[in-house]
Design a protein around this ligand. Structure first.
Ligand code: IMP
Ligand code: MG
Length: 181
């Protein structure tokens, strides 16, 4: 831990999920998604920026063809959490009605942002749609949204690394760490 603090600073409290644990879960998820979507047109939709590393690893864990799409949304914050009203900053350039869509998300916190995104995508008539999230913080949920696949359930603490940021920093940590002010 001393080495990690020397590189990343004292705000990194502890490693919550190691690289090896992430790798193992992604491998298992890749196997089950590959079985489920074999022979079907699959589109992975990633919500930028937080999910970019997860998407990169999950798509390489698949043993079937897939396509990739990106969306970037901004949610309006009311105090410390998102309000659920989203603004689409970057949209997909693909007609999703020909695809089975898997939305790839970094973390579901209140669930408001993703709830809105899922509503928008469902209106476009995909063949099917499911939500895959790396992390789930169920204690914080206010929206009526559940991930179809969640790799890790975590308590109500702020985490960074493996794509997740605090003020745009720490996305490049190879593990998930608990952050403290
Ligand atoms: P929600 O609408 O409250 O579910 O907001 C989810 C978004 O908030 C995620 O996609 C993250 O970008 C961000 N977020 C929520 N919790 C954390 C955290 O612990 N660390 C970093 N970002 C977080
Ligand atoms: Mg996100």
């Amino acid at each position: 831990m001393d080495g990690i603090k020397a590189i990343y600073g004292n705000n990194i409290k502890r490693i919550m999920i190691s690289e090896e644990e992430i790798r193992q879960k992604i491998c298992e998820t890749g196997i089950s998604l590959s079985e489920k979507y074999k022979g079907r047109p699959l589109l992975l939709v990633s919500i930028l920026k937080g999910a970019f590393i997860f998407l990169a690893d999950i798509c390489r864990s698949l043993t079937i063809p897939c396509e990739i799409g990106f969306m970037r949304v901004s949610s309006y914050y009311d105090g410390t959490s998102s309000s659920g009203k989203v603004n689409i900053l970057l949209d997909l350039d693909i007609d999703i009605s020909r695809y089975h869509v898997v939305v790839v998300e970094d973390i579901i916190d209140t669930g408001r942002t993703l709830c809105e995104v899922v509503d928008i995508l469902k209106k476009r008539g995909p063949l099917s749609l499911e939500v895959l999230t790396l992390l789930d913080k169920p204690e914080r949920r206010t929206a009526d949204l559940q991930a179809d696949i969640s790799l890790f359930t975590i308590p109500d603490v702020f985490v960074v690394g493996y794509g997740l940021d605090c003020g745009e920093k720490y996305r490049n940590l190879p593990f998930i760490a608990e952050y403290s002010e």
